[in-house]
Ligand binder design. Sequence first.
Ligand code: NAD
Length: 449
Amino acid sequence: MEFISQLRHTFASGKTKSLEWRQGQLLALKQMLEENEKTIYKALFDDLGKCQFESHVSEYGFVLKDIALFLKKTKQWAKPRNVKTPLLLQPGKSKITPEPLGTVLIMGAWNYPLQLVLSPMVAALAAGNCIVLKPSELSQATSNLLADLVPKYLDPNAIVVYEGDVAATTELLKQRFDHIMYTGSEAVGKIVMRAASEYLTPVTLELGGKSPCIVDDNTNIKVTADRIVWGKFINAGQTCIAPDYILVTPKQREPLIKALQLSLIKQYGHDPKQSPDYGRIINDRHFQRITGYLNGIEDKLIVGGQTDAEQKYIAPTLIFGPELTSPVMQEEIFGPLLPIIEVASMDKAVNFINDREKPLALYLFSNDELTIKKVTNETSAGTLSINDTVVFMVNSEFPFGGVGNSGMGSYHGKWGFDSFSHLKPVLHKSFFADAPVRYAPYSGWKQKA
Ligand code: NAD
């Protein structure tokens, strides 16, 4: 692929290493977003029926906030970082010098089709890399828009948008990169990692899985329900960190279900299909996949269950007590269905989670210090969020990423800068005061040492 040689050539020229170039590209990206705000909202609406508020908060505004942070911090993060030098290496100085990796590939998923490619790109640009950007072909409007806009605003010799389906991506993955960052499913994550191994290319894998949400006896049930409903049904449940299912104590079961019902009405009205704030499913395949989960569990539905294939609409749906062997409890739902499972105690909730793959996010609603301590110490997850759902994403001090099957590596803020950098240790010794004790021959007292 000719364009990759071009990117390598650009990187070798050293152009992307200068702070001016990096900041210039970040400013150009900011300009691209600001001058095309309305067109971006339209593309996101065409792909996912996303309303403007959601598009602003979780995509457009999210990336702008990232750019502002990197514009402020890149100079500092790119500087050599002084570290201590042990006595044995004195006189000398030790520094860690971040250097760009080279030409990196960023592959995004369709559910947040702008944010999931541009947010990693901000970090990769700030770190001084050349970039191939591969948006998901499933979110076609956003992919087309990025392919149109990026070359108009950013340095075309250093950043290329590559569009295409699975066959085209398979070809792309045969190329050599210096890093690959992939956001998407576990199955494709394995394909990416296999392809990367050909050249020992390091990977960051931002994957998914089932993110549990525990509701304890001791909570503010109204706020709990509002926060679960928002985190689950934003983007019609197509969010990698959406609560996938709820684990609730017997005492809290009825109050929680009632509060969730009320919150759904409050947020999306009696008929969510008419709500301008409720999204649609990305395509027919995913619509069939999600509605398929409802087959055979119709008697478990408490709320929702209505669907409209033409509009790719699936109502926010609450399910109580599905079999743990049913597909809805075996696979990542990635849609607006919320199963609720009763567990006898917090011990049982912890065991439930530990019996399964490590989740990308784990949510706990509790005011009880012992429960909070227990869940924090006895479970593992990409992120643990106590008393709220998906909003932890906006804290750029947090590394965002999974653990185990939910992913490897992380980004956001400085974590992203470091992921797209090699943190090169540089030891600088002085010729002064050379101590010859370490040199051969190791005779005399050295043999006894
Ligand atoms: P997707 O189908 O859009 O695939 C993502 C990327 O992989 C696309 O660029 C696509 O072209 C490419 N791709 C797909 N199949 C391929 C193949 N066979 N070979 C090579 N490349 C291929 O997205 P998806 O996989 O449906 O995404 C949904 C998953 O992503 C969910 O599991 C979700 O939890 C996860 N996700 C994770 C995050 C995160 O930040 N951790 C964010 C969003 C989504």
